[in-house]
Design a protein around this ligand. Sequence first.
Ligand code: PEP
Length: 245
Amino acid sequence: MIAGNWKMNKSPAETVKLIAELKKIQTKTNAEVVVCPMTVSLFAASAQLKDSEIKLGAQNVHFEDKGAFTGEVNCASLKELGVEYVILGHSERRQYFGETDETVNKKTLKVLEQGLKPIVCVGESLEQKQIGITNEVVCLQTKAALCGVTSAQIRDVVIAYEPVWAIGTGMTATASDANQTIAAIRKAIREVFGYAADDVRILYGGSMNDKNAGELMSQPEIDGGLIGGASLIAEKFEKVINYNR
Ligand code: PEP
C-alpha cells in the first residue's frame, strides 16, 4: 500500500487538480494507492476518483455514531462519501489534539465495526529512541490500539510505523532499523492474533520520498509507505508509487 497523507493541505479545488494529475499515473506495481485529503475536500475527491483505482482515505473520525460532538465527523458520513480507509492516531493528532492510546483504540473498533479500514499510526519520539525503548513503545501502542479487535477483523487493519522524529523533518529511519521495528510490531500482533499477523500490512512513514522509497520498501517486513510531503507533488508521488528496488 502507498498512502498519501495530505494533512491540512489542498482545498477542494486543489484536491481535484492533484487527483486529476495522479489519475494519469501508469502504476507499475500492484500496490494499492490511497489518498487522504482534508475532510472538507473528501466530497470533491470522491467525485474525482469515481473512475479510478485510487482509494479514498480520511485523516480522522469520531468514535461515536452521532450526537452532540461539535466539529466532529462520523464513520457513516465518511462511508457515504466512498471513504475506505481512515488514518488513526497520527502523531500530530496525539501531539496537538489530545489523541491517546485509548481514543485510538475506540476509533479503531468503531471504524472496523462500520466496515471501514483503519491505518493506525504508531511511533517513538526522539527521546524514546535515544534511550532505546522504540520496540516497547511501538508494540504497546499497537497492542493498545488493537484491544478488542476480532480475528475476523485483524486483516482489515493497516499499521503505519512512523518514528515521530522522522515526520516532516527530512530524517528517515535507516531501512534496516525500520525493517527491524516493523518485525517487532508484527511479532506483537502475532502474539495476540497468531499467523493472521502475516496478512496485516505494516507501512513505514517518516520523510519517505522519491529518493529513499525503493530502499525502504524493498525491506522484507515493510509492506508500503504512508507519505506526507512527497504525496503532495504528483511527480514525486508517482516515483514513490513506481519505486525502483
Ligand atoms: C506523515 O505525516 O504521515 C508523514 C509521513 O509525513 P512526511 O512524509 O512529510 O514525513
